[in-house]
Design a protein around this ligand. Structure first.
Ligand code: GCU
Length: 620
């Protein structure tokens, strides 16, 4: 991808110091400093297993105030307001001056981005205040309560009944705050300041080829737990032994060693172990299970109980490994017949949020003959990864360390590390996920490689069972040869390769005489290739943006990649056309990247069938 834009001069960015200065309103705690290099990233705040827990969904219509000047938090001297919008105030009497009123303000749906809910917000970037009130029936004595957010793009600060709970940076991973003892029986005021201003030091940073959707883009829940509860657990096949199940459990609030039972009822097997004083335990037990695969996506109910708490998850069991340039699923070589996709709803557009949205997108991938999807460029919502488990689609999941990042900024690194930890904590039990990707098309510099190596180490420490990759760049090494020798390749299990031969690099026929050289004896997944085509625009195969050009490019690409033995998978760019602020071409792009094999309205382009047929050939 040729770099052609720098950061926008004069853009007012919501800097972390400003955010913190505001956060230091009375009663606020100072957020933890960045962990020193080598120290593990901050523990994710989100709870596992919330679906089955008592509590209530807070989704629906929320009142909003669109606040481009951050008037709700800063006064005319840019100083934090002691009585900002977070107070959710009402005039005490006719003379009392309050210049906002959530209850009479318009509403937006949660979950959802603000951009596609109101035409005047399509291009809006900045702060939007969300507010809703809720009643909460008193729970059992000693019960604890948490407010859990599926995601808030790109950062959020949360208040309950006027008291600040905390902040979260990063638009694609969950977070939670404990509110035990702070919830009233009636009329609780929940205020969330959401901001999606692009920042040089953020992840992602200033420039992305996807729409900067803002808002409470995933569900919000008040979650109730016992005093001591199962906060997280990982259950998978034991390393190197597909006849044993192993894992870890982390309790929260346990007063000393506690008995934990892990059970797979369908195969009548269970184990009970005691936690240590911190409520942590590791376990393993023999189990004869049908292994999960795209052809047979077998999931099992897994029950975990400890003290008075009990949770259930649907989990598949499989092994994934590399062997030289081979990829092996459950010990057998596999070719990843994939496609890339963004988390955008088919037809409706905007962020995909629901089970139905996920099944519509992944259903298309299945129709294409895929056994693999690359969920680009950020962790998609949990409906998507759970649907991949059910439908039998292997998954490449990544954090938005994309293009140009502040590689030398300690806060930026801490942010990336936390997003990675939150992604792995949320989806560690998803059998479908086989690859964690730590970066996309990042420049080969020492600072960058150091940055990404830290992420690779974190991922290996948090999850030694999955493969690590990144979408690497490449360079010509002769008139008809391209070489992959990115130094980061040495740290990865699988080489991801983005290449646009025939679109940004020459015409499709350029593929014919090209050879690929990798200095690594590792599997290559071609994580991107493709061409824009406006659905319904027909011309000869050399006319850009025509369906014929795109179809021809797929023919040449597939023929070229078939000749590269180390290529063990691909996820062409991309399943469906998607919105991008970088694509203005009138009458063709109009704010959409048109590299989809399917238009956003569901119309399939010629290349869809070419890839489908190729995958049918590969499947047999
Ligand atoms: C890049 C990038 C994508 C982008 C694509 C394109 O490779 O990773 O995010 O959309 O190229 O140019 O279409």
């Amino acid at each position: 991808m040729p770099a052609n834009q720098g950061s926008l001069p004069g853009v007012r960015v919501w800097s972390l110091p400003a955010l913190l200065a505001f956060a230091l309103a009375p009663g606020a705690a100072l957020p933890a400093p960045s962990p020193p290099p080598g120290a593990s990233p901050a523990a994710p705040s989100a709870l596992g297993f919330t679906d089955g827990r008592a509590g209530q969904s807070l989704d629906g219509a929320w009142h909003v105030i669109v606040d481009p000047y951050d008037n709700g938090s800063l006064d005319y001297r840019n100083q934090p307001r002691p009585n900002g919008y977070f107070a959710d105030a009402k005039p005490k009497n006719k003379s009392d001056l309050v210049e906002y009123d959530f209850s009479r303000s318009p509403t937006l749906n949660v979950p959802g981005d603000w951009n596609t809910q109101r035409p005047d917000l399509l291009y809006y970037e900045g702060t939007v205040w969300y507010e809703r009130t809720f009643d909460a029936a008193a729970g059992p004595k000693d019960a604890r309560q948490f407010l859990q957010f599926g995601a808030a793009a790109q950062r959020a600060m949360v208040w309950l009944n006027g008291r600040r709970l905390g902040a979260h940076e990063g638009g694609f991973t969950p977070f939670a705050f404990e509110v035990t003892g702070r919830v009233r029986p009636q009329a609780n005021s929940l205020v969330v300041m959401v901001n999606d201003t692009r920042r040089l030091g953020a992840i992602p940073a200033m420039n992305t080829d996807w729409w900067n959707y803002g808002g409470l883009t995933r569900g919000v829940r008040l979650v109730e737990t016992p005093a001591a509860f199962i906060r997280a657990a990982r259950v998978e096949l034991a390393q190197g032994d597909a006849h044993r199940v192993a894992g870890t459990v982390a309790l929260d609030g346990a007063r000393g060693p506690t008995a934990v039972t892990v059970e797979i009822p369908e195969v009548h097997t269970r184990v009970t172990v005691d936690t240590d004083a911190q409520g942590r335990a590791a376990f393993s037990f023999p189990a004869t299970l049908s292994l999960w695969s795209p052809e047979s996506p077998r999931l099992y109910d897994v029950d975990i109980s400890a003290g008075g708490d009990r949770v259930r998850d649907r989990i598949g069991f499989r092994t994934i490994e590399t062997h030289g340039t081979e990829l092996r699923l459950n010990g057998r070589p596999i070719f990843l017949r994939g496609i890339s996709l963004h988390e955008e709803a088919l037809g409706r557009g905007g962020r995909a949020t629901s089970r139905a949205d996920a099944e519509a997108l992944l259903g298309l991938a299945k129709e294409l003959g895929c056994n693999f999807v690359r969920l680009a460029h950020y962790p998609h919502n949990e409906e998507m990864t759970r649907a991949a488990d059910r439908l039998g689609l292997l998954v490449w999941s990544e954090i938005p360390v994309y293009w140009t990042i502040a590689w030398d900024d300690a806060d930026t690194l801490a942010d990336a590390r936390r997003q990675l930890a939150e992604e792995i904590a949320r989806d560690g039990n998803r059998a479908s996920i086989i690859l964690w990707s730590v970066g996309n098309e990042t420049p080969v510099t020492e600072a960058r490689t150091r940055f990404l190596r830290t992420l690779v180490e974190d991922a290996r420490a948090a999850d030694p069972t999955r493969l690590l990759t990144a979408a690497l760049e490449h360079h010509p090494s002769g008139p008809h040869q391209i070489t992959i020798d990115d130094p980061l390749g040495a740290d990865l299990d699988v080489i991801g390769l983005n290449e646009y031969v025939g679109w940004y690099d020459g015409l499709p026929a350029k593929c014919d005489g090209l050879t690929w050289r990798s200095i690594y004896q590792k599997p290559i997944v071609v994580s991107e290739f493709g061409a824009d085509a406006k659905a319904g625009f027909h011309a000869d195969a050399l006319t850009r943006f025509s369906e014929e050009y795109q179809a021809d490019l797929y023919r040449h690409q597939l023929a070229m990649l078939r000749k590269v033995p180390a290529v063990r998978g691909m996820s062409p760019w991309i399943l469906v056309d998607f919105r991008s602020q970088r694509r203005p071409l009138p009458g063709v792009q109009d704010g959409w990247n048109r590299k989809g094999l399917v238009a956003n309205d569901g119309t399939k382009k010629q290349a869809f069938w070419i890839l489908r047929d190729a995958y049918r050939g590969l499947a047999h």
